[in-house]
Unconditional design. Structure first.
Length: 137
């Protein structure tokens, strides 16, 4: 399987895994935060599962669909994470609209936004490296 399609498939599994982890009570604190950091709601679950379905569909469809997924998903999640790091609120969950700028400690903002920054950066970087074609093809 071509590497971009495989990566889209891996993203589908990761996003499903994130959703499932939110349903495991042992991983949440008394306030329902995953690892004491992430408050995953039905909206977050829907966003992650929709992204997973998109990733899986792209993986199954074609290399070009996988490249498009990686590029758009990467840009969306990376900028969401960077906005969350800077303001304490992201835009994918409408946090910046609902809550505005939040005064969280820097350490918390780093921990809370690193997953989106890392997932977004990897996807976006991978999308910039197109598959090579053998000569004459």
């Amino acid at each position: 399987m071509q590497r971009h399609r495989l990566l889209a498939g891996v993203y589908a599994l990761v996003l499903i895994g994130v959703t499932v982890m939110g349903w495991i009570p042992a991983l949440a604190d008394a306030n329902g935060r995953l690892f004491g950091i992430f408050r995953l709601t039905w909206y977050n679950d829907a966003l992650h599962l929709t992204s997973a379905a998109w990733a899986l569909g792209a993986c199954i469809a074609s290399t070009s669909a996988s490249l498009l997924f990686l590029r758009v998903f990467g840009a969306l999640y990376l900028t969401d994470g960077l906005l969350g790091l800077a303001t304490g609120s992201g835009y994918l969950d409408l946090g910046i609209v609902i809550y505005g700028v939040r005064d969280f400690p820097l350490t918390f903002r780093i921990l809370a936004n690193t997953p989106h920054i890392v997932l977004g950066a990897i996807a976006l970087a991978a999308s910039l490296f197109r598959p090579s074609r053998p000569p004459g093809v």
